[in-house]
Design a protein around this ligand. Structure first.
Ligand SMILES: [Zn+2]
Ligand SMILES: [Zn+2]
Ligand SMILES: [Zn+2]
Length: 154
């Protein structure tokens, strides 16, 4: 992500928090910045390590978790449950409504793409689940794929 886009996205995130009456503190901003600048999803521990090298300040993993919880509640960050890692939302600077996010995860380079799967597909899936006697509690789907670059290199 280039400097201009990073700045715009962070400003948008700040506005978003202001609209919701929450505070986009310096530490929260730094964690989001690290995720925006990372090519791959990061764990809380990786974030703590990157934090120290980028901002010259140590941050306990517990604080990173708390900040991630905040950023997730604001839909600025998503958690990839299968990898137990975090990724910045790709729609922070967009104006449209945020859908239930689905993720395409490249199993070779760990690159992630956030996509909005059609609600009718999710509804069909939920029907199928109900028929099996189960109830969908978490509609986030994480699909393991090869990204375009890795696919053409293979
Ligand atoms: Zn998102
Ligand atoms: Zn968008
Ligand atoms: Zn890849």
């Amino acid at each position: 992500m280039n400097k201009a886009k990073l700045k715009k996205t962070l400003n948008r995130a700040e506005e978003h928090c202001r609209e919701h009456g929450t505070r986009f503190t310096e530490k929260r901003k730094h964690i989001l910045q690290l995720l925006l600048q990372s090519e791959v999803p990061l764990s809380a521990y990786e974030l703590a390590t990157h934090y120290q090298s980028a901002f010259g300040e140590t941050i306990p993993a517990m604080s990173v978790y708390r900040i991630l919880d905040f950023l997730m509640a604001e839909t600025l960050v998503h958690k990839l449950n299968s990898a137990n890692k975090y990724t910045a939302c790709e729609h922070i600077a967009c104006d449209h409504q945020h859908e239930v996010p689905q993720f395409l995860i490249c199993e070779r380079c760990q690159n992630v793409k956030e996509v909005g799967i059609e609600p009718s597909i999710i509804a069909a899936l939920a029907d199928e689940i109900e028929r099996a006697g189960y109830h969908l509690t978490q509609p986030q789907i994480e699909l393991h794929c090869l990204c375009e670059r890795c696919f053409s290199a293979s």
